[in-house]
Design a protein around this ligand. Structure first.
Ligand SMILES: Cc1ncc(C[n+]2csc(CCOP(=O)(O)OP(=O)(O)O)c2C)c(N)n1
Ligand SMILES: [Mg+2]
Length: 545
């Protein structure tokens, strides 16, 4: 027990739980927390230029490290500004704790229009958090932060929020810090594992769909071993990209909106094992599971099983434990010998690559240039931009936690600020964000943050003078009636330089050299790449539709 202010209790509790860095933006109600960062070096404070970035950075940090990321914002508009990023973290099952201010506790619930007041503020974050709580006593601050950590490290990790009024932050009390814990994983029911193993072992053509849950659950090694034991090809969702090295003979790559090698392989499978994926309803056309295919669904979140597609066998548990148990059970079975001939898989991949090259030649050129200079452990944040979508298919990713997408939230503007957080987590690795000219502008002022804190990432900005996906939609679905989708741009190279960052302009076929120059400079760098407006894969109908 020690005497401290509420603000100090927040920072000390975070430190106890292993938090090394907080991404914040100050304001009167949270100055008690800001003050507690003064004169200590255990927890680093990075101040950004818009609240969305606090939470995007916390998310990028969390996804690269696997540890919770923490943001800090004022109430009302602060929380609202952060909420698109909170929703992104929610859709990506990312452990992000947002610490938020409140109005004075004696003003709560009266809707008198206090500074930054939103009456019942927690109600607006409930749909995008797993758990949220108001703390009204200094003594309860460590327990609330501990519970947030527990929520994010058990079951399906999703964002949490703790709010503390300023008078509570200012109060001095005897505070006992909580002891950090390691939490047990959830194992699926052994009887169901046995049934699943029998089904898999007798399958002619088993296929595995690996989603973000494999990566979040650090189950890549188990996934690969089971795939090898079964001779089962592995399809991934964009969120699961990197769950198996994409140069592995059993790796099919990403299936997305009915495209990619999984769209050729999935219809031929007789038994599908889905792991850590909700099997999105966006699995259009040939990628969607359908009868008489048998579906085994393993997920730590029981509510996603059977939500989009009915499951024959439900396995509720963590991916790592579930896959390990399946492997042990499969090894006791007499496995069917004739599985996917290597030749068949090689042909599927060849056909799929040919389709991608034919549909998206310039995007493939750009992604090929990237691939030339990216290390295996480079982190790529794939934004809501044309090259971002095509990189789901065309970029070879070899490690988990190195390819970050926005999942079903598809949050325009997330790539650059999320990459800033990724670079804080991995300062000695290459970190690259892929943004369009529309999306990059959402967080453009954070170039200042990158320069101020020496966050030496590379931001690629694809400049087509348009909200390209919407513009292409008008060209194709609305008979070329272009309205409100062209955009005026600054000279991005000059903008970068005005911020004190490095700016480079590179044609698509010169991108590798520009990227190398950026990595060698080891400074925050923006590379402007002129491109025409191109078709995104989700605007191309899948085969057979
Ligand atoms: C927050 C949010 N607002 C709007 C959209 C809709 N949207 C999806 S893609 C897109 C255009 C993006 O333009 P740009 O960033 O320039 O990328 P491009 O498509 O041109 O490559 C828009 C407006 C979205 N996904 N998210
Ligand atoms: Mg654009």
């Amino acid at each position: 027990m020690a005497q401290m202010t509420g603000g100090q209790a927040v920072v000390q509790a975070l430190q106890r739980e292993g938090v090394e860095c907080v991404f914040g933006l100050p304001g009167v109600q949270i100055m008690g927390i800001y003050d507690a960062f003064y004169g200590q070096s255990d927890v680093k404070l990075i101040t950004v230029r818009h609240e969305q970035t606090t939470t995007y950075m916390a998310d990028g940090y969390a996804r690269v490290t696997g540890k919770p990321g923490v943001g800090l914002v004022v109430p009302g508009p602060g929380i609202q500004n952060a909420s698109a990023a909170l929703g992104t973290a929610y859709s990506c099952s990312s452990p992000v704790l947002l610490v938020a201010g409140q109005i004075e506790s004696y003003m709560l619930g009266q809707d008198k229009g206090a500074l930054h007041e939103i009456n019942d503020q927690l109600d607006i974050v409930r749909p995008v958090t797993k758990w949220c709580q108001r703390v009204l006593n200094v003594e309860n601050i460590p327990a609330a932060i501990h519970e947030a950590m527990r929520q994010m490290q058990t079951g399906r990790p999703r964002p949490t929020l703790v709010e503390v009024p300023p008078d509570v932050l200012a109060t001095i009390a005897d505070v006992t810090l909580s002891t950090p814990e390691r939490y047990a994983a959830l194992s699926p029911d052994q009887t169901n594992i046995q049934r699943a193993a029998e089904l898999l072992a007798t399958a002619q053509k088993p296929l595995i769909w690996a989603g973000g849950g494999v990566i979040v659950g650090d189950a890549s090694a188990e996934l690969q071993t089971l795939a090898e034991a079964l001779g089962a090809p592995v399809a991934t969702t964009p969120e699961g990209k990197g769950a198996i090295p994409e140069d592995h003979a059993l790796a099919l790559g990403v299936g997305y909106y009915g495209h990619g090698a999984p769209s050729y392989a999935a219809p031929r499978a007789d038994v599908i094992l889905a792991v850590g994926t909700r099997l999105t309803g966006q699995m259009r056309g040939p990628t969607a599971p359908r009868a008489p295919q048998r579906l085994i669904h393993l997920d730590v979140d029981a509510s996603v099983i059977g939500k989009n597609y009915p499951a024959d066998i439900a396995l509720v548990g963590h991916a790592k434990q579930g896959l390990q148990m399946l492997l042990e059970a499969v090894r006791t079975q007499k496995a069917t010998q004739a599985r996917w001939p290597r030749q068949e898989l090689a042909e599927i991949i060849r056909d799929s690559e040919a389709w991608v090259r034919q549909q998206a030649p310039l995007q493939c050129e750009i992604i090929g240039q990237l691939q030339q200079v990216l290390d295996d452990d480079a982190v790529v944040v794939s934004g809501i931009t044309n090259v971002g979508y095509w990189s789901h298919f065309a970029l070879r990713v070899r490690r988990p936690r190195t390819y970050l997408s926005a999942s079903y939230f598809a949050t325009l503007g997330f790539a650059f600020p999320t990459a800033l957080g990724a670079k804080v987590a991995a300062p000695n690795r290459q970190v690259v964000s892929l943004s369009g000219d529309g999306g990059f502008m959402y967080a453009l002022p954070e170039l200042a943050t990158a320069v101020q804190y020496g966050i030496n990432l590379v931001a690629l900005v694809f400049v087509d003078g348009a909200f390209g996906a919407s513009n292409n939609d008008q060209r194709t679905r609305y008979q070329g009636r272009i309205v409100g989708t062209n955009i005026h741009n600054p000279n991005f190279v000059q903008v970068a330089e005005a911020f004190g960052a490095k700016g480079i302009r590179a044609e698509p076929d010169k991108l590798a050299a520009a990227l190398q120059e950026a990595f060698d400079a080891n400074r925050p760098t923006l590379i402007e790449v002129p491109v025409p407006t191109m078709a995104p894969p989700f605007q191309i109908p899948p085969r057979g539709e």
